[in-house]
Design a protein around this ligand. Structure first.
Ligand SMILES: C[S@@+](CC[C@H](N)C(=O)[O-])C[C@H]1O[C@@H](n2cnc3c(N)ncnc32)[C@H](O)[C@@H]1O
Length: 332
């Protein structure tokens, strides 16, 4: 029985991460149509706000993925090697869905080593504490890693003595466009061994009215999540964004087939960013596009798997077919 935690984030890559952050903000705000990617939001607080999103009753990606885990937990267990294996989770956050699987696997007497990875050190520390209090008396072993996806994966997955199952849940893959998702999957394939498994959560294309409700909540949690990006730029780059002067809304774009979040400037204003030694002007109601959440068809998911070295094992749907967790095997 062992539950431990390690950070791969200290020191080495910190300055290159900072310069990537600064460069991305500079490029994004210099465009004619301002645009900042959602990965900029994630640190401990960003990850915590996302956990609030997963508890919203209209946010169907979370509601449906919980339903899939409850309904299909035994099917998932049956697909996996019955001997011991390593369960790696990319962007684990609070790991609440994975707890459902862990309980089932342990009930079936499976020997599991769980390695959750997240960029947020706070999220991983909390998760390891929760797991120890829940599963301290079982055969489960846990090694939490605060790391970027592939730094963490490369440190874990090359050991060929154990099969790996990699979870990438919450339709996090949908934050990248199709070519970006292909690039991510090719990197994932390279990090894994033949016959390893992956399970990826995709939000499926559906009625845009349902999509609208999922990304525009009455409590304003989506707005809080997206505006937190401005706090991050203030903290990391010495900017003077005032969140009171911006509002957020999500829109479904039928051409990109993504729900796109926009932050609108409620007045004409100029924001200074000290670390970039630049000022950026915002016109009244000018938009800055932030989060993207691409929606998929089943055919696109199958093409993504086949084009990037995976064989489809099973699609697990919720009752409404709003969401799918797709299980693939690595072909090498
Ligand atoms: C969309 S949330 C999904 C959380 C959880 N898996 C779920 O399904 O509810 C994405 C998670 O990935 C983490 N994350 C974002 N970028 C990351 C990166 N480059 N490397 C590792 N984790 C990352 C965030 O901190 C966050 O916890």
């Amino acid at each position: 029985m062992s539950f431990d935690f390690k950070s791969l984030r200290a020191g080495t890559n910190a300055s290159s991460e900072d310069s990537q952050f600064a460069q991305t903000v500079l490029e994004g705000l210099s465009r004619e149509e301002k645009r900042l990617p959602s990965w900029l939001i994630f640190d401990d607080s960003g990850s915590e706000i996302f956990e609030e999103i997963t508890q919203l009753e209209n946010h169907h990606p979370s509601v449906c993925e919980f339903e899939i885990f409850h309904t299909h937990k035994q099917t998932i267990a049956d697909i996996l090697p019955q001997e011991s294996f390593q369960l790696i989770e990319l962007g684990a956050g609070d790991g609440r869905k994975t707890l459902i699987l862990l309980e089932q696997f342990l009930k079936n007497g499976m020997q599991i080593h769980y390695a959750p990875i997240d960029i947020s050190e706070g999220a991983i520390k909390n998760l390891v504490v929760t797991l120890e209090s829940k599963f301290g008396n079982t055969s489960l072993t846990v090694h939490g890693l605060a790391a970027d996806y592939f730094d963490g994966l490369d440190a874990l997955a090359k050991d060929r003595s154990k099969k790996n199952l990699v979870l990438f849940l919450g339709s996090t893959i949908g934050n990248r466009d199709y070519p970006g998702a292909e690039h991510f999957l090719r990197q994932l394939w390279q990090s894994l061994n033949a016959e390893d498994y992956v399970m990826i959560g995709f939000d499926l294309m559906k009625n845009p009215k349902v999509l609208y409700k999922a990304y525009n909540d009455a409590k304003g949690v989506f707005q809080k999540f997206n505006l937190y990006l401005l706090d991050r730029i203030n903290q990391k780059l010495g900017a003077n964004f005032n969140k009171e002067n911006f509002v957020q809304q999500g829109h479904y774009n039928w051409q990109s087939r993504a729900v796109e979040s926009h932050i609108y400037s409620t007045k004409e204003q100029t924001v200074r960013i000290d670390a970039l030694n630049r000022e950026f002007h915002f016109g009244l109601w000018e938009s800055m596009q932030t989060e993207h959440s691409y929606k998929y068809t089943q055919e696109e998911i199958e093409r993504l798997a086949e084009n990037n070295g995976f064989e489809i094992v099973e699609h697990l749907f919720d009752a409404k077919k709003y969401f799918v967790d797709s299980i693939w095997k690595v072909k090498k």
